[in-house]
Design a protein around this ligand. Structure first.
Ligand code: PEP
Length: 248
C-alpha cells in the first residue's frame, strides 16, 4: 500500500524570517493530518529547514544537485553536501531546470545516480510541454525521460526514488491536468515500469505536480495511481499546504 506523500517545492522564494512561519505551519499540518510530507528549499535555507524540522515527520531536501561527486565545479552543490545537511530528498529533472538550464535526459540521469550514490532519494520529474501534448507525444516524452534514468541506473533503482509527473503546461500556470488526464499518464508510467519489474512498479510513488491547490487536491489524490503531490506555489502558503495535507 502506497502512503500519500506531499512535497513542497519552494523554488527561488523565501527569506529567513518568512520561512520560520511557513516551516511551523508545514510541521503542524503534517502532524495534524499524519501526512508524509517534505519541503525542497533553496540551498541557503537547508540549515534552517534542518533545525526547524529535525525530529518531526517532515523531511527536507533540495531542488537541484550536481551530476558530479566533487571537484572543480564552481557554483555546484554535491549530493554528499546535501546529506551533510540531513536532506532526504532532492528534485531532479524539474521542467524549469530542463527548460531554463538546458538539462537533458543524460544530465538528469547522472544527477539521479549521484543522488542515490550519496544515499538521497531523488524525486524524478517527468512531463510534456503543451506542444508535445497537442501533438500526441505525451507517452513518448515521459517514456523517454524515464528510460534515460532506467538505462543509467537500472529499474531496481526506482525502488529508492519517487517520480513526479508534472505536465509543463500546468506548472505555475493555474491550469491543472484533470484528474483523468493525470491518472492516464500515471497509469502509463506505472505500466512502463511494470514491464521491467512488477514489484517495483506497484510500490513506486508517483506524485502529480502542476497547479495543485486546496480546491483540486482531493480529486487528484483520489485517483488510483496518484500517490500525492509535488506542490509549487501553494507550498509557499501555510494554510494551502495544510489543506493539501488534509486532502492527502
Ligand atoms: C512545481 O514547481 O513543481 C509546481 C508543480 O509548481 P506549481 O504547483 O506552482 O504549478
Amino acid at each position: 500500500m502506497r502512503a500519500k506523500l506531499v512535497v513542497g517545492n519552494w523554488k527561488m522564494y523565501g527569506s529567513l524570517a518568512a520561512n520560520l512561519t511557513l516551516l511551523t505551519g508545514i510541521k503542524d499540518a503534517a502532524i495534524a493530518f499524519k501526512c508524509a510530507a517534505a519541503v525542497c528549499v533553496p540551498f541557503p535555507y537547508l540549515a534552517q529547514a534542518r533545525s526547524a524540522l529535525a525530529g518531526t515527520s517532515v523531511a527536507w531536501g533540495a531542488q537541484n544537485v550536481s551530476e558530479h561527486a566533487q571537484g572543480a565545479f564552481t557554483g555546484e552543490v554535491s549530493a554528499g553536501m546535501l546529506v551533510d545537511f540531513g536532506c532526504r530528498y532532492v528534485l531532479v529533472g524539474h521542467s524549469e531546470r530542463r527548460a531554463l538550464y538546458g538539462e537533458d535526459d543524460r544530465t538528469v540521469a547522472a544527477k539521479f545516480q549521484q543522488a542515490q550514490l550519496a544515499g538521497l532519494t531523488p524525486i524524478l520529474c517527468l512531463g510534456e510541454t503543451l506542444a508535445e501534448r497537442e501533438s500526441g507525444v505525451t507517452a513518448d516524452v515521459v517514456t523517454r525521460q524515464l528510460g534515460a534514468v532506467i538505462d543509467a541506473s537500472g529499474v531496481a533503482a526506482l525502488s529508492r526514488a519517487v517520480l513526479a509527473y508534472e505536465p509543463v503546461w500546468a506548472i505555475g500556470t493555474g491550469k491543472t491536468a484533470s484528474p483523468q488526464q493525470a491518472q492516464e499518464v500515471h497509469a502509463l508510467i506505472r505500466a512502463r515500469v511494470g514491464q521491467s519489474d512488477a514489484a517495483v512498479a506497484s510500490e513506486l510513488r508517483i506524485l502529480y505536480g502542476g497547479s495543485v491547490k486546496p480546491g483540486n487536491a482531493r480529486e487528484l489524490f483520489a485517483m488510483p495511481d496518484i500517490d500525492g503531490g509535488l506542490i509549487g506555489g501553494a507550498s509557499l502558503v501555510a494554510e494551502d499546504f495544510r489543506a493539501i495535507c488534509a486532502a492527502a
